[in-house]
Write a protein that binds this ligand. Sequence first.
Ligand SMILES: [Zn+2]
Length: 315
Amino acid sequence: MTLTTAIQTKISRRHFLKGVGASAAYTFLPQDFARLPAQTPILPPITIPPSLMLHSSDGGAEFLPRLLEHLHKDGFTAVTYQAWYKQVQDGHPLAKPVILSIDDISLAHSACASFNTFMQMKEWIKAAGMTAVYGVITEPVINEQPQREQDEARWDMMQAWIEEGFELASHTSYHSNFNAIDTGPRPDFTPADYEAEIVRSANLIEAKLAQRQLPYMVQTLILPYGSGYSYQHPKPQIHPGIMAACRQTNIKFVIGIPHGRQPQPITSFTNPNELVYLGRIPPAYLTDLNGQQYPDAGQTAAWLHSWQASFQQGR
Ligand SMILES: [Zn+2]
């Protein structure tokens, strides 16, 4: 059975999950496969869309429009984490999705020097018929002071972006680094710190949109600096404090940089209690004759293509 036919057979999937005793709180364990009747189809894992991490420094005219052209020519369809999640749940994931995420936007008053660049990036992406995920720092720290006052006009703009299909992710309140030196949790971080970074940030985004009569759930957390995932540990995982904070919100996806590219079991998506960790790649940076680094559109598109190709079903 191919991935597409397996997932499109929604009724069989429900039947399958029911058959193995899956419920909202049940996690399907590898040993459960042994208990399945021989004729029960085993569903293949879900392939993860290749995902690119962008910043305002990647918002130049010589890079982003060319990258979008390459992706279009390569047959990629841009999607957000939210939209892709819904497609997986509905049993109709896109054949060749790609997720573009753009970090470090802020709607705090006078706290986002690159706001015009973020707007330009969004216009190019929209003009190319694509979409993206913006990682919002809700209370960025400037001169050691969290900037709490929000720019309501910019939040009006965010409402319009979401209505056009863009996603807002939490990129935390203060953009702290969550990692100790071994990539495990920082010893000085308390549950209150995780709540301040994650719960308050997600709540603020949802509240600003609710004020505009837009019901919105923040389902994605983009980790600052890719920290918060202990990738150098023998059993890498999202830091437990981050998991606990995410479970107080609507967050389903935790986005870092390393790992998180392998296909994931379908139960990761059907079990509402399970957080899904996904990685990203940065753009391909080349060095010019003067030693200056610049992002290269062709090479970046090639990296995304090879991520996609390396986890094709059946390989
Ligand atoms: Zn960031």
